[in-house]
Write a protein that binds this ligand. Structure first.
Ligand SMILES: [Zn+2]
Length: 236
């Protein structure tokens, strides 16, 4: 069992953690979908993660973290979100452009730099897309797509952080923390009004936006195909 995960292992641990947080099955198929990689590539790396002691696999092929694997994964995820917050709040980079940058930086950070970044972001608790920096402290939400007309909502987080999806959400004016009222809920579109702002988005994108709503629809796990596929499939 190795001490520190390699950068490649880290990417996989991050994806697995993200499935785990979203309540989706941790399977090689979902990892392949999320990372947009071919099944053989994923199987090879899953085998390596198992040999290195980060994950275990049940007879039905479902994956679970070992205690040390979960710890490492949570650390990587937390560092990623911290960097994203730093890039937006301190460096002023738009929040739909920080994901890729964070991906590059997260493997190159010293503990000292990480400490400085933590101090620089003050009491921010989430990444700019609404995910808790302290991994594991996720506030439960419901998909915006489920919310009834006239309900008031507060945007919690964007479950799918694919870059072009974030550009789309940025362009329609949605952001975590935004409070508004659902003014349209049609077969193809959902609209939110927040003061002067009117955000219109496709129903399939509204599936990937978690909110707190009043009145609230019953909780439900997001649809895997809407969380783990890139935005190509989303109507515009
Ligand atoms: Zn994020």
């Amino acid at each position: 069992m190795s001490g520190e995960a390699t950068a490649a292992e880290g990417e996989y641990l991050q994806t697995l953690y993200w499935l785990h947080e979203a309540g989706l099955p941790m399977t090689a198929a979902n990892v392949a979908r999320a990372m947009q990689l071919a099944a053989p590539t994923v199987h090879e790396m899953i085998g390596r993660l198992q040999r290195d002691g980060y994950i275990a696999r049940a007879s039905d092929k479902t994956i679970s973290f070992t205690p040390s694997g979960e710890l490492q994964a949570a650390e990587i995820v937390s560092r990623h979100r911290l960097i994203e917050r730093f890039l937006t709040d301190v460096l002023g980079i738009p929040w739909d452009e920080v994901h890729e940058e964070a991906e590059r930086l997260e493997h190159a950070m010293s503990p000292v730099l990480e400490e400085r970044m933590r101090a620089a972001i003050g009491d921010a608790r989430t990444c700019p897309h609404g995910h808790p920096i302290n991994a594991g402290s996720r506030i439960p939400g419901v998909p915006l797509a489920d919310v009834e007309l006239g309900a008031t909502v507060m945007v919690l987080r964007f479950e799918n952080e694919a870059e072009d999806l974030l550009h789309y959400l940025h362009d329609v004016g949605l952001e975590p923390g935004l409070e508004g009222t659902v003014v349209e809920s049609a077969a193809d579109e959902v609209a939110l009004e927040a003061g002067e702002r009117r955000c219109v988005l496709t129903r399939s994108v509204a599936e990937t936006v978690s909110v707190i709503a009043d009145p609230s629809p019953p909780p439900r796990v997001a649809l895997p195909e809407q969380l783990v596929l890139a935005s190509r499939r989303y109507g515009r």
